[in-house]
Design a protein around this ligand. Structure first.
Ligand code: ADP
Ligand code: MG
Length: 337
């Protein structure tokens, strides 16, 4: 009897709709390869659902708060259920754009200058912003899919943008606006698979350009010189490694005319619909969508560093703790000089 795979989808974040699409796509792909798959809809009662619907491994098709930030990962660790993607620490670091940027700076991964402001400090914004300058780019500290994100060209717009972003997270990230081209890099097993260039119809890669057909043009491979292309792949590998999220992730990068590259964020559970960026990049590297789903599934594990015997069930392949970087011995310390 094969392992029963639960596709964990839905969830409680602003990206629920995307998660349902990711879940459907992964479900169909794994089913087509003969796997025993079941959809598991995630809500506040997920612990009970998991006890009623026993699964051997969890394929995480979740995005955003509770699904991508270490919360569900923590629950699965406790229950001893191996799961796909990054562990608790890497997920939490990657979801928190402020903490990610602190790690990037520690490891010399270029990222735009920034500061963080609390939504309740809006009356002090002028003083806090000080000489930071304009244009600035504002986004919720811990959210995704560009919700609540936008450009501010002056103080009045900054106040508006911070108010918008604060609807999604009480803590708001303000970054130097980078005029550049949008690149996404998929990382699998610590290696960058390739870089895709996105040209959104709108002024930036907002929710609409991400998820509405025809709202963005894509170029694979990204239109960069061979040297620069390699450089971007290298930066993305370093960015994901310094968070401990290099088993599988997507790194968002902006590249300027002036030959500067800036990492915006690492996504530990990137969108996996048939038209999402990661499958597009993987296709360029020779993986079909179902291949990619199977590779991700095969890396499923728990990350606690405990012996497999203390776990309810072992990972599908490879065994827990084997060939998968152990996050209790994080990549952080390995790469620190
Ligand atoms: N500092 C910045 N300068 C210019 N555009 C930005 C900046 N930060 C983000 N953006 C735009 O907003 C989009 C979303 O930002 P990102 O940091 O990737 O957050 P998320 O995708 O989690 O919402 C980016 O893909 C890019 O188009
Ligand atoms: Mg992004």
């Amino acid at each position: 009897m094969g392992k029963r795979i639960g596709i964990l989808m839905g969830g409680m974040s602003s990206e629920k709709e995307i998660s349902l699409k990711t879940g459907d796509a992964v479900f169909e792909a794994l089913k087509s390869r003969g796997h025993d798959v079941v959809k598991v809809f995630v809500d506040r009662d997920i612990d009970q659902v998991l006890r009623q619907t026993p699964i051997d491994v969890a394929f995480l098709a979740l995005h955003g708060t509770y699904g991508e930030d270490g919360c569900i990962q923590g629950l699965l660790e406790i229950m001893g259920i191996p799961y796909t993607g990054a562990g608790v620490l890497a997920s939490a670091l990657a979801m928190d754009k402020l903490k990610s940027k602190e790690m990037f700076r520690l490891h010399n991964v270029p990222t735009p200058p920034y500061y963080c402001v609390d939504g309740s400090d809006i009356d002090k914004l002028e003083a806090i912003h000080g000489s930071f300058g304009f244009p600035a780019f504002v986004k919720p500290r811990r959210d995704g899919s560009s919700v609540g994100a936008g450009r501010a060209n002056n103080l009045a717009e900054l106040v508006e943008r911070v108010e918008d972003a604060a609807q999604f997270d009480s803590s708001v990230l303000v970054e130097r606006f980078v005029a550049g081209r949008e690149i996404a890099v998929a990382v699998l097993d610590g290696r960058a698979l390739g870089a895709i260039e996105i040209v959104p119809r709108g002024s930036f890669y907002d929710y609409k350009s991400k998820y509405q057909k025809g709202q963005s043009d894509y170029f694979f491979p990204a239109r960069l010189s061979p040297t620069r292309y390699k450089g971007v792949l290298n930066i993305a590998e370093r960015a994901s490694r310094c968070l401990g999220a290099d088993v599988y992730s997507r790194v968002d990068v902006l590249v300027t005319e002036g030959e500067n590259e800036y990492v915006l964020e690492v996504n530990t559970l990137p969108g996996m619909t048939a038209t999402s960026l990661t499958p597009k990049i993987a296709a360029g590297a020779g993986y079909s969508f179902a291949d990619l789903c199977e590779v991700i599934l095969n890396r499923a594990t728990t990350h606690s560093g405990r012996k497999a015997s203390t776990q309810r069930s072992a990972s599908v392949n490879p065994p827990a703790g084997d060939s998968v970087p152990d996050e209790s011995e994080p990549a952080l310390s390995k790469s620190a000089s």
